[in-house]
Ligand binder design. Sequence first.
Ligand SMILES: Nc1ncnc2c1ncn2[C@@H]1O[C@H](COP(=O)(O)OP(=O)(O)OP(=O)(O)O)[C@@H](O)[C@H]1O
Ligand SMILES: [Mg+2]
Length: 505
Amino acid sequence: MSDLGGSENILVLDKINKSFPGVHALKDMSFSVRKGEVHAICGENGAGKSTLMKVVTGVYRQDSGDIYVEGKKVDIKGPDDAFDQGIAIMYQETSLFNEMTILENMFLNHEITKKIGPLTVLDYRAMEDRVNAIFTKMNVRLNLHEKVRNIGMAAKQLVEIAKALTFNSRVLIMDEPTASLTDREVTALFEIIRNLRAEGVSIVYISHRLEEIFEICDRVTVIRDGEFISCMDVKETTKDRLVADMVGREVTSYYPKTDVPIGDVAFKIEHIEQGALLHDISLEVRRGEIVGLSGLAGAGRTELAEAICGLTKIDSGRIRIDGQETKIANYREAMAKGIVYVSEDRGKYGLVLGMDIKRNVSLPQLHTIATGGRIDFEQERKLGQEAIREFEIKAPNEDFIVENLSGGNQQKVSVARATALRPKLMILDEPTRGVDVGAKAEIHRIIGQLVEQGLSILMISSELPELLGMCDRIYVMNSGRIVGEFDREHATQEGILKVALEAKD
Ligand SMILES: Nc1ncnc2c1ncn2[C@@H]1O[C@H](COP(=O)(O)OP(=O)(O)OP(=O)(O)O)[C@@H](O)[C@H]1O
Ligand SMILES: [Mg+2]
């Protein structure tokens, strides 16, 4: 790299190599960040983005290559060294502890203390003031003393961001910060990013949402298969150029919707009520139909999905499958009746991270591949291999532990696992969160195939273009109610946003 000590560079990574067993994740990867810029890193799932950032933050040690901060070579042996250099990160997978409160999570390992006589004690007051100041800046209202287990994905991500901001860092790394945020929250985040940039903080911004890169970033570096491909001024590049650099070929159709004949009503709910969360919800999904569920974070979309699947109890209301009224007491019953749920929170109802790919894919159908109490390992292996092939999961083989897959590839395993069950109704909660453009098109193609086979899909997504591109019909939720319904011809971004916001303000 030419300008190692270049005065405007705050952070320089020079020819970094990092291997894991069977995976050469970073190959002579170089990257530099200027003072007060927002620098995007783009690349497909498994390209090495998160690994590169984990090297910078001392989670992994590089095999070779150097790191410079303000022109000085530094040795980052662990997270503390990164912290000392003023480098902070908010992770892609939330790293919060469920049993601790928001406040406790935010100051874990860097608590603010005060002296009372000879004693050093936690200064809760100072920590609260600090967080409240950050929340005010972010336009976020959360109860600091709430346990993290009780807050949703979007709130968790906001806490992650706020946590990173407590570090007063010079370089702030955001690994897919907007994956669970809705448009309004993204707007607020961008405001924060602009303020930080104005204060001279540098931001490394990783996202699969390319529009965001054009909106908020100054430069963009593309990484493919662990290698540096290009570094461009955002103003001087285009989405097509970026995508071409990322995948090494041109991707033409982003939302390939196939025309499928729509059949009878396969699934219907009537007047569902649940505490303060869901009010008088009625909706239906036909065979072969893809139905979207739109709304802001907190509108009740995930709560509705969980209620339908028996993950939470409803107070009243009816559920009909193929016209037949039915009761769903728990998730096992939902699956037996042909309903599967792909959660937005992969760790929660989805994957067993410590297990390998084949076991994860086959787990929900163990009963069908186990005979006489013995698992048919051959069959299990086949399911694993099929998933890898069909979803182009980036892994050496089906024995690979899911935890070691990149975020987007974990998401693919999660979807593969649900489709392997061949359900009647599949509820997808943010199915392409953290998934790259190529793989996204792939998941959309597979969704298209599923409805062709007569399946019904209920899809929650915070990305309106995705819903508009994929869905036959879209319901809009707001404050636990359905406040709008659009068919494909009449659905527009403005129309949906209007009803999504209306009742609330
Ligand atoms: N601890 C680990 N052990 C083995 N392999 C790993 C480990 N961590 C990452 N890898 C592998 O390194 C490669 C790069 O992964 P990384 O998480 O950096 O990708 P990414 O660009 O962040 O992708 P995504 O967009 O899906 O988040 C992948 O092939 C991944 O499976
Ligand atoms: Mg990643």
